[in-house]
Design a protein around this ligand. Structure first.
Ligand code: AMP
Length: 399
């Protein structure tokens, strides 16, 4: 069965077409700069081998973009389908499900209204996700499913998700911790259980998603019980351009000292901070090279980055009591032996000991990189959020 997965941004559409349940990718691509004169559609399709086709033309809106994608999917040269009717379901990534959505959900009018009601919690993302849903519903008359970044973390208990603010702020504005990257944390937890050959509801994990955005989750018996991101993705560990945890009093101090508005400070913390703020780059590959070349700020950035992750590992160890496995994933987690090594350094007392030879081995498949004596398994597991969305879509439309 063919399932199309769509991730819509304010000026972009990312897509992947899967043949399920095998999970084979038939085509994937990205429409960028929608609404500008220099829009680009990069379409990859997989037949006997992988091919890429690029279209550069003005694409006025998301509907035009998705229609171009659908035409390409069925095109006799670049396509992989005879007809769009072969697509039996569409899965949409939706960033914020608030407290409304604990599960992947079949989309209908009340679901759309509930995603709209959560716009104040994700004012940039949810409107774009809704545009994708609206456009896809105008093109396909098949069931469509919303998969929420926040849903996996809805199992976090109240003492972990509440902020110590006046309670009426939670009642009125739903201010609480929600967490994000849920699809990725869930995917790698499932993959780790499979790799270890044990049921996921008997295992405790600390999952460490280190991409440009980054978060850590404490997973107990297959359920998220805490995570580092909060009401927004700004909280937690240091990210590419986000500060992660800071003293909340810095906001008002900065406003007083610099005269910056709340909006400007928000932009500073989300877009100009993190690794980029510390050393000028948010690309970990560049930062590691610069550190080798003796750049003191690159060295500081790596030290701060690894130290902050280590502190969360300690905290989540205490939360879970027993940890079966640490799982590294996403761009930095999967690819940087340096960061994995620095994060795990000095954690022997917690039963975490990395094997430097295994850690140096690069692989696209899940692998274990702990020493034979390390009680805690250290796993590197490539994440695949799109495949997780396709699997959940299939599950919802099959029931
Ligand atoms: P993602 O958001 O998951 O695509 O991850 C992006 C981050 O992964 C960027 O900071 C990249 O520099 C980093 N990354 C990708 N490949 C490597 C690598 N080989 N070594 C270190 N960092 C990497």
């Amino acid at each position: 069965m063919k399932i199309l997965v769509i991730n819509t941004g304010s000026s972009s559409i990312k897509y992947q077409l899967f043949d399920m349940p095998e999970g084979t990718v038939m085509a994937s691509g990205l429409v960028e700069r929608i609404g500008e004169s220099n829009s680009v559609l990069t379409h990859k399709y997989f037949k006997d081998e992988a091919y890429t086709h690029r279209i550069e033309q003005a694409i006025t809106d998301h509907k035009e973009g998705l229609n171009l994608v659908v035409n390409l999917l069925c095109d006799s040269t670049h396509g992989v389908l005879q007809d769009t009717s072969e697509i039996k379901g569409v899965g949409h990534r939706v960033v914020h499900g608030g407290e409304t959505f604990q599960q992947p959900t079949l989309i209908d009018e009340p679901v759309i209204a509930a995603i709209e009601a959560n716009i104040p919690l994700a004012p940039l993302h949810n409107p774009a996700n809704l545009t994708g849903i609206e456009v896809a519903r105008s093109i396909f008359s098949v069931p469509q499913v919303a998969i929420f970044d926040t849903a996996f973390h809805q199992s976090i208990p109240p003492y972990a998700y509440h902020y110590a603010l006046p309670h009426e702020l939670y009642e009125t504005y739903r201010i609480r911790r929600y967490g994000f990257h849920g699809t990725s944390h869930m995917f790698v937890a499932k993959a780790a259980a499979q790799f270890l050959g044990r049921p996921k509801d008997e295992l405790n994990f600390i999952t460490i998603h280190l991409g440009n955005g980054a978060s850590i989750a404490a997973i107990q018996n297959g359920q998220s019980v805490d995570t580092s991101m909060g009401m927004t993705p700004l909280e937690g560990i240091i990210m590419g351009t986000r500060s992660g945890d800071i003293d909340p009093a810095i906001h008002s101090y900065l406003a007083k000292q610099t005269g910056k508005s709340i909006q400007e400070i928000d932009t500073l913390l989300n877009k100009q901070s993190g690794l980029k703020g510390i050393c000028g780059s948010n690309d970990m590959r560049d930062i590691l090279v610069q550190r080798e070349e003796g750049n003191a700020l690159a060295k500081l950035a790596v030290e701060m980055y690894s130290y902050r992750i280590k502190k969360y590992i300690g905290a989540y160890f205490a939360v879970l009591g027993k940890v079966d496995s640490l799982i590294f994933t996403a761009g930095i987690g999967q690819n940087s032996k340096e960061i994995r090594s620095e994060v795990c350094q000095g954690l022997k007392g917690l039963g975490i000991e990395i094997d430097s030879d295994k850690n140096a081995n690069r692989s696209d498949s899940p692998q274990a990189i702990q020493t034979t004596d390390s009680p805690v398994k250290i796993l590197v597991i490539p994440t695949n959020e799109e495949l997780e969305i396709a699997e959940e879509t299939l599950e919802v439309i099959s029931t």
